[in-house]
Design a protein around this ligand. Sequence first.
Ligand code: TXA
Ligand code: MG
Length: 376
Amino acid sequence: MAAFITRHSPLEIGKRGSLPLERPVPEILPTHTPSLFAIAVARAVEVLKKGGLVALPTETVYGLAANAFDPPAVARIFALKRRPSHNPIIVHVASRDMARELANPWPKLADELADRFWPGPLTVVVGRSKHIPDIVTSGGPTVGIRWPIHPLMQAVIQTAGFPLAAPSANLANQISPTCATHVAEQFGDELSLIIDGGDCNVGIESTVVDVTGTHARVLRPGMISSAALSLFKSITQEPREFNPAFPVIPTGTVETFPRSPGMQARHYAPKGRLVIWKWEHEADLHRRMVGEGIDPDTVAILAFDRIPLSGRFNQVHVIPDDPEAYARALYGQLHACDAHGNTCIIVEEPPVSGEWEGIRDRLRRASTPTEEVHIR
Ligand code: TXA
Ligand code: MG
């Protein structure tokens, strides 16, 4: 049944833009009491068993889930997201045994990483077993597997008894959703069911690590940093801050693996232009903005340190200055900037250090001009 929602504004200083139009949304089930949780799990499993799609919360971002063993259901994910068929989908499990069954082989390195980081925001790319349908891996020889820690996602997988193929629950190349409302706004009533498990507490997508070789490779940085991963002696890496496709590459190994098809330069992008700038004083920021022809009446500033206070910009959004809280807030802030129709978002440049690499990666992709889009 279609219902209507309105967006709540985030913390803002300065002028506010107009709120977006309301639109029909799917059924959204809450989970904040034990009985609501049980009802939501049962309903999600019922839909998934019939080959339907359900948006489910994970600790990173919301996922658009289908039974990973049901090819027509997985095809519905590609169709609803407008996702290119060459971009494989991560499979979510609720135990190590379930992961092992999907892999061939399941390497020792995967066990080492799982010991330390599962359940959690880490995806391992391993050789696929015969149980995985072609459509999930886009016909490739490997599969990405993740055991998320979010209790709702775990309960759904355990109750269903099958793994879930689930990309982020957004249209291809748009910002990932970190709350149920974001999902509803993306898909409207094209999607029938969303389970509301609250705000995602990691806030950006999982770290994706390829463990098919003797050394691991980080295909997508996330909040589990290369520094944390490099505690494992079999993962030797050097930071490559400015290589958007491969921010970290193992030393002493030859790159022979297929590149991750989802790692387009522009990804995770808001509708308006996004730029990453540094400024000392607000006056510098204003001068540069005017110099580049950016209209202050349709600009949003996202700042954590040098916060403009004059009211000379359409919006100023304040974001926390520690990386974990920043990541948790980031997509919500970008969604809000977009919703207010800003033509440009100026993001204050985050620090260059290991714990910020996932955030810097997402901002870099979001700031890549459309004309530079290319598949790596
Ligand atoms: O945190 C996350 O990973 C979220 C939640 C829902 O789990 N999922 C997510 O999925 O971000 P998606 O599809 O939006 O991004 C998965 C990325 C894509 O860039 C895809 O190309 C890559 O992982 N990927 C998936 N399977 C792969 C494989 N077998 N080999 C290389 N890259 C793969
Ligand atoms: Mg995605």
